[in-house]
Each structure stands twice: as structure tokens, then as C-alpha cells.
Design a protein around this ligand. Structure first.
Ligand code: SF4
Length: 369
């Protein structure tokens, strides 16, 4: 007996790929526009609800296609309004997605991989190792689930105004799927988020950054975390392959391609006694000279397996002031959602641990009823 053919998950297909899909069925390309709106704007996952298509086409779609998003295994809202989800993907892998509301703005932090291979020493995700890339459906599925959580809502109220590819994983190591998902974020028939409000954050995969500039013009964040190669080699091992000078040159090339005068965001995790000294701030100011950028300081958030500590607010402010005096717009990220979990990336560990514990408990129960 032959296994039934795998169904195509339409959730992850950007407009051009969805048009090609309908063309292979002998259908007009505008079907793609209708389906995009059903899936992404109305949150529909049932072909029977797509009433502007014939019954015959809907039946055909049911046979060969599906609309399948991640399963929510944890959903909690913090006192400050931060909402965190753990979403279970195919093969039972979990990823974390976070929505941070701030006035009119709602920023969704999306994951691109299960785990990460880059092993940055201050990162809880890196400590868990790499499992696999997420598919485009699994990446955009995080936006889809988050938006559906607010339905029905008035079209004028937009719970998600910004998306940052800053969750688990290095997005440039999952290039094609990330680009497809970002295209859906910006697609008017889907989420319609401006390219200025979709940000890809990278630790610096230089060749992929150059390639990115050829296919998209989303905003860019660089995870720098150190002002010199010696220190960055320790914090971000990828730096040994693509040192700071090459990374910043690629950042300049990317910004130069943009049609508008956008700045890159430089992410700098401030770690007590490691990279938080005044001389580090001064060195950073020199290294970034001439680069159109703003700097975001992130006080390190300790997690159980880490050897590092959070800097004092005084040390962080001193660091910020030095950069501000040097002429850089510098912000300090305030911790959000601390009452529902600790450091970014830890939630998955906690949920998985709880799941494993409950599985162990069930197993024990079966052996010792
Ligand atoms: S900081 Fe980003 S690139 Fe580095 S290990 Fe963590 S997830 Fe990977």
C-alpha cells in the first residue's frame, strides 16, 4: 500500500509561491489573493469557510492541501501586558514567541530555529544546542497564532505592529524560510507590516547578510555585544569566522542598498565585569564611527547554567551616558514579563522540563499503579 501524499501546508507560502500552486491546479492566480486573506487576515484554517471559492475547488484543496499552524502549549500574560507563548511544532519541538505591547506599538519576537548552533556564551538558547530549522509555515505560524489570539478585533486596532526576528535561532542560517515568512509579514493581503517595522537580528553571518540585501529591505539589528574581536570571540564564537570589521562593512553595504535612510540597531548585552566598563563604551563609540546606527543596551538576564551576572543599573547608565555623549542614540531595554519567566529563551526549557516531568510521572504511574 502506498502512503498518502503529504499535503501542502498553505500557511507558509508567500504570494508568488501560492500563485504558482494555484496555477499547477489550473486555477487563476487571483485565487492566491483570496486564500492569503482568508488565512492571514481572517485566521481561517478550514477550506469550507472560504465561501468565495467553488465547492469543487474547496474539495480539491481539502484533498491536497492544509492550513496547519503550531499548537499552543503555554500562553500567559504578564502583569505588564507582555504575552508569552510556547508553541509546539512538528516532531514535538517547542519554540518561544513573545508579544511586547508598548503604547500604540505591539512588538512580536519570533523564533527562526529550534535551538541554535552558534553557542553564544551568554545565551540560554545556545546552551541547548541546535535541533533544526523551522519551516516558513512554522515561522509565520507564530505571527498567525499571535494575531488570532486577538480576534475578533476592530481593523483599526492592531495588536501586532512590529515583528523582530530575534527569538530562538540565527535567522540568516535559515535563509529561505525566514525570507518567505518575512515576505508574508509585509504582504498587504496578509499582515501588511511595513518593511521598517520588520527587523531581522543577526549575530553576523556575513555572506548571508550580503545575500539578504539582494532579496529584501527589512530593517536590520546586529548582535554585537563587544567592542573588539578578542572579547567578541569569547562571547560570540561566530566572530572568529566573521570579525567585527567584516560584519560592520557588510552592515554598511546592507544599509547603502536601502531606498531610505534607515539606521541599523546595534544590540549590546551588558554583562557585569565582562563588557560593561567605561573603556568598552569608549571603544564601541570609536568602532561604530560613521555607521548609521542606534544602540540598544540589554542588561544581561541571568539563567541557571550561566556564569555571568546582570550589571548594576549604575554601570549600565554610565555605559549609556558615555555613548550618548559620543553622539549615539542609546536606549536601555527594560526587562519585560519578568513575573512569568526569567531570561529570554528559558521559557521553553521550563515548559519542556515540566512536560518531561509529567511524562516521567505518567511512566512511573504505569510501572507502579
Ligand atoms: S544569541 Fe542568538 S545566535 Fe547566539 S546562540 Fe543565542 S540564539 Fe544563537
Amino acid at each position: 500500500m502506498t502512503a498518502p501524499a503529504e499535503k501542502t501546508n498553505l500557511l507558509g507560502l508567500p504570494k508568488a509561491k501560492l500563485e504558482a500552486f494555484f496555477e499547477t491546479l489550473g486555477e487563476k492566480r487571483f485565487r492566491a489573493q483570496q486564500v492569503l486573506q482568508w488565512i492571514h487576515q481572517r485566521g481561517v484554517d478550514d477550506f469550507d469557510q472560504m465561501t468565495n471559492m467553488s465547492v469543487a475547488l474547496r474539495e480539491r484543496l481539502k484533498e491536497i492541501a492544509e492550513i496547519r499552524g503550531p499548537e499552543v502549549v503555554y500562553d500567559e500574560t504578564s502583569k505588564d501586558g507582555t504575552r508569552k507563548w510556547v508553541m509546539r511544532m512538528d516532531n514535538g519541538n517547542n519554540v518561544e514567541t513573545v508579544l511586547i505591547p508598548d503604547g500604540e506599538r505591539g512588538t512580536l519576537c519570533v523564533s527562526s530555529q529550534i535551538g541554535c548552533s552558534l553557542d553564544c556564551t551568554f545565551c540560554s538558547t545556545g546552551k541547548r544546542g541546535f535541533n533544526r530549522n523551522l519551516t516558513a509555515a512554522e515561522i509565520i505560524g507564530q505571527v498567525w497564532v499571535a494575531r488570532k489570539a486577538f480576534m475578533p478585533y476592530e481593523p483599526s486596532s492592531r495588536p501586532i505592529t512590529n515583528v523582530v526576528m530575534m527569538g530562538m535561532g540565527e535567522p540568516l542560517l535559515n535563509f529561505d524560510n525566514v525570507v518567505d515568512a518575512m515576505n508574508l509579514m509585509m504582504e498587504d493581503l496578509a499582515y501588511g507590516i511595513s518593511k521598517r517595522r520588520v527587523t531581522l537580528s543577526t549575530s553576523g553571518v556575513v555572506p548571508a547578510l550580503d545575500r539578504l540585501g539582494e532579496v529584501t529591505d527589512v530593517s536590520l539589528a546586529i548582535s554585537l555585544h563587544a567592542p573588539n574581536d578578542e572579547l567578541r570571540n569569547q562571547l560570540v564564537p561566530l566572530n572568529k569566522k566573521y570579525p567585527i570589521s567584516e560584519l560592520l562593512a557588510a552592515t554598511r553595504r546592507y544599509l547603502a542598498r536601502l531606498p531610505d535612510k534607515r539606521k541599523a540597531t546595534i544590540e549590546y548585552t551588558v554583562i557585569q565585569g565582562v563588557n560593561d566598563k567605561l573603556e568598552h563604551a569608549k571603544e564601541l563609540a570609536v568602532v561604530l564611527k560613521g555607521l548609521p546606527c542606534k544602540i540598544n543596551l540589554i542588561p544581561f538576564n541571568p539563567f541557571p547554567e550561566s556564569d555571568f551576572e546582570r550589571p548594576s543599573m549604575n554601570a549600565t547608565r554610565r555605559f549609556q551616558n558615555a555613548l550618548t555623549e559620543a553622539g549615539y542614540v542609546t536606549t536601555v531595554r527594560t526587562p519585560r514579563g519578568d513575573d512569568i519567566d526569567a531570561a529570554c529563551g528559558q521559557l521553553v526549557g521550563r515548559v519542556e522540563d515540566r512536560t518531561k516531568r509529567s511524562q516521567r510521572y505518567i511512566a512511573v504511574q504505569q510501572v507502579n499503579p
